[in-house]
Design a binder for this molecule. Structure first.
Ligand SMILES: Nc1nc(=O)c2c([nH]1)NC[C@@H]1CN(c3ccc(C(=O)N[C@@H](CCC(=O)O)C(=O)O)cc3)CN21
Ligand SMILES: CC(C)C(=O)C(=O)O
Ligand SMILES: [Mg+2]
Length: 277
């Protein structure tokens, strides 16, 4: 797709219904993002989510997905410690959850080594540079990256290094569009952007952000294509109202029983000579 200039469409999913929806919508790549920490698990950041929680989400997505490429986001703390840790974690995403590839954050020497180790173990790896939410606290919060010449050059070098160790694609997150446009010709593998402008080979958005589900951080790159929150509140609200006014259930929601069986039931409950009493 990069070669032919066809834009790559990537969306996150965290469970079976979201997987069914994004596949039916015809996306190319599905990411079980650690953003699920915030969108579905209610954590304050992506730092808190555990490996078992990510695997549970990935398995649910796998059961709902057939055609798109499925990428599992390695959670914070599951790959930084050693190459062995990274490979063991990545194998669980591939073997237990059925992911096609994994993604790790960062383009520094540590992330390069981890990516290379996983690739050497035969696992396709997607890189992620620019804003890396798992380590954003160390850089003053969730802020756009590459806003000085030096920082922008570093992102380009990281992208090249991740390419050199064998990553098949990269995420560019929260980078000035003009910086992305300058860096793109230096990068031979597909780059999928989020808040990185229009020069990338594709775009990714978080499922809940683009559908208007829940609050979440309102980054400037978010475009809301639907407002699903209000209709969902309305639907549950209508159910609550009907239950309270005894408008639900109606007869067609009820199960029937033969009248003879009903009579027999009454006799059983009241004793054999109930009819004589
Ligand atoms: N629902 C959701 N959508 C996301 O895109 C997302 C998550 N969650 N969780 C993990 C990260 C966090 N993300 C974010 C969050 C905020 C900005 C953002 O635009 N920050 C402001 C500055 C905010 C500040 O200075 O406090 C910016 O202008 O960069 C960017 C990415 C992206 N990821
Ligand atoms: C926004 C994408 C790239 C991500 O890492 C996530 O959803 O966790
Ligand atoms: Mg992520």
């Amino acid at each position: 797709m990069k070669r032919t200039g066809e834009a790559i469409v990537m969306v996150t999913a965290y469970d079976h219904p979201s997987a069914r929806i994004v596949e039916e919508a015809g996306v190319d790549v599905v990411l079980v993002g650690d953003s699920g920490a915030m969108t579905v698990l209610g954590y304050p950041s992506t730092v808190e989510v555990g490996l078992e929680e990510m695997l549970m989400m990935a398995k649910a997505v796998r059961r709902g997905l057939s055609r798109p490429l499925l990428v599992g986001d390695l959670p914070f703390g599951s790959y930084e410690v050693s190459n062995e840790q990274a490979v063991s974690t990545a194998i669980r995403f591939i073997k237990e959850a059925g992911c096609d590839a994994v993604k790790l954050e960062g383009g520094g020497p540590n992330s390069q080594r981890r990516a290379e180790a996983m690739i050497n173990a035969g696992i396709p790896v997607m890189g992620h540079v620019g804003l890396t939410p798992q380590t954003a606290a160390a850089r003053g919060g969730l802020r756009a990256q590459g806003r000085t010449a030096e920082a922008a050059e570093r992102i380009g070098r990281e992208a090249q290094a991740l390419t050199a160790v064998g990553c098949f694609a990269l995420i560019f997150e929260a980078i000035p569009a003009a910086v992305t446009a300058i860096l793109m010709p230096m990068i031979e593998i597909p780059v999928i952007g989020i808040g990185a402008g229009g020069a990338t080979d594709g775009q990714v958005l978080v499922f809940h952000d683009l559908l208007g589900l829940g609050e979440g951080p309102r980054a400037r790159f978010v475009k809301q294509y639907a407002d699903l929150h209000s209709p969902m509140v309305d639907g549950v609200g209508s159910f609550a109202r009907e239950v309270r006014e005894r408008g639900y259930p109606q007869h067609h929601h009820e199960y029937g029983i033969a009248p003879t069986e009903l009579t027999a039931l009454q006799q059983r409950l009241n004793g054999p000579d109930a009819a004589d009493r």
